[in-house]
Design a protein around this ligand. Structure first.
Ligand code: HEC
Ligand code: HEC
Length: 241
């Protein structure tokens, strides 16, 4: 089912696919991390994260940060659903998600080690909360529109519809995105459009990615940042005379 190609499907089938996934995932019920460990062992995973694996995978912390918080170019892992992380590691190991940097490490981990390290990162705190933004009006920018309402003229459902309120993720299928920097988001959109990343469950995100411009992605990332840090985004108080 992961390899279904939505290009060849009528749009109504895609809508059915979305509702099927929604029915099986905990849509808007719980943040991704709430149902953490699947088959993984959190403490075995913590060891791999800190010091690498016996098979030669490097310590994850050296790139993804001491607590999986991410840093420039290296995505945050903390609080993503274990099922999502495990799927990505398996796909990077098999090559259906291409990454020159990650592939050798994903391959160096056994299936059990991938589950363990996924369980560990899922057990850490996601840095954002499930806040629902106001429905945008005509004066709001494309970031607010895409996240809260979508752009139906282009057949793009709201990001929130799949990725949850505030982009905190929903179950194992829909990762948290509300904390991701624009650069990383864009790199993944490019990867889908170049066929370097598997389109994911039902090919849903691969289909959305084709319709998103670089300006859309910048606007979405900026909108999420405002949503999660309203104080920082408020206009500066006028200087006292
Ligand atoms: C040398 C730096 C480096 C190290 C060490 C590293 N990673 Fe990565 N990781 C990356 C980069 C770069 C990406 C983004 C790849 C892409 O663009 O698709 C990534 C992406 C990922 C993703 C996908 C995240 C997402 O949101 O889809 C997972 C999962 C991941 N790494 C897990 C790990 C684990 C587990 C370890 C330790 C065993 C590890 N990484 C070690 C550089 C690193
Ligand atoms: C129809 C459902 C759906 C909609 C709508 C949707 N996404 Fe996704 N998105 C997904 C799925 C499913 C995945 C996981 C793909 C995988 O497993 O590789 C995903 C993954 C992502 C990722 C990768 C996260 C990571 O850690 O690598 C980004 C970035 C993303 N989506 C951005 C967006 C943005 C921005 C919007 C709104 C414009 C959006 N998505 C709307 C289904 C959707």
């Amino acid at each position: 089912m992961n390899r279904l190609n939505t290009k060849t499907l009528p749009r109504s089938w895609v809508a059915v696919g979305i509702s099927m996934l929604m029915a099986t995932s905990a849509w808007a019920q719980e943040p991704a991390a709430a149902t953490a460990a699947l088959n993984g062992n959190v403490s075995a995973g913590a060891k791999i994260a800190q010091s690498g694996s016996a098979g030669g995978a490097a310590a994850c912390v050296s790139c993804h940060g001491a607590k999986g918080e991410g840093q420039a170019g290296f995505p945050a892992l903390a609080g993503q659903h274990a099922g999502y992380l495990e799927r990505q590691l398996n796909q990077m190991a098999s090559g259906s998600r291409q990454s020159a940097v990650m592939a050798p490490m994903a391959k160096a981990l056994s299936e059990q080690e991938r589950a363990d390290v996924a369980a560990y990162y899922a057990s850490l705190q996601l840095p954002i909360k499930g806040v629902r933004g106001a429905l945008p009006g005509k004066d709001d920018d494309s970031g607010a529109w895409l996240v809260e309402r979508g752009r139906w003229a282009d057949g793009i459902p709201a990001c929130a519809q799949c990725h949850g309120p505030g982009g905190v993720g929903v179950g194992k299928d829909f990762p948290a995105i509300g904390h991701l920097p624009a650069d990383y988001m864009q790199s993944q959109i490019d990867a889908w459009n170049k066929g370097q990343r598997e389109a994911g469950p039902l090919g849903l995100m691969g289909a959305v990615a084709k319709k998103l411009t670089a300006d859309d992605i910048k606007a979405v990332a900026a909108y999420y940042q405002r949503l999660h840090n309203p104080a920082a985004a408020a206009p500066a108080a006028p200087a006292k005379p």
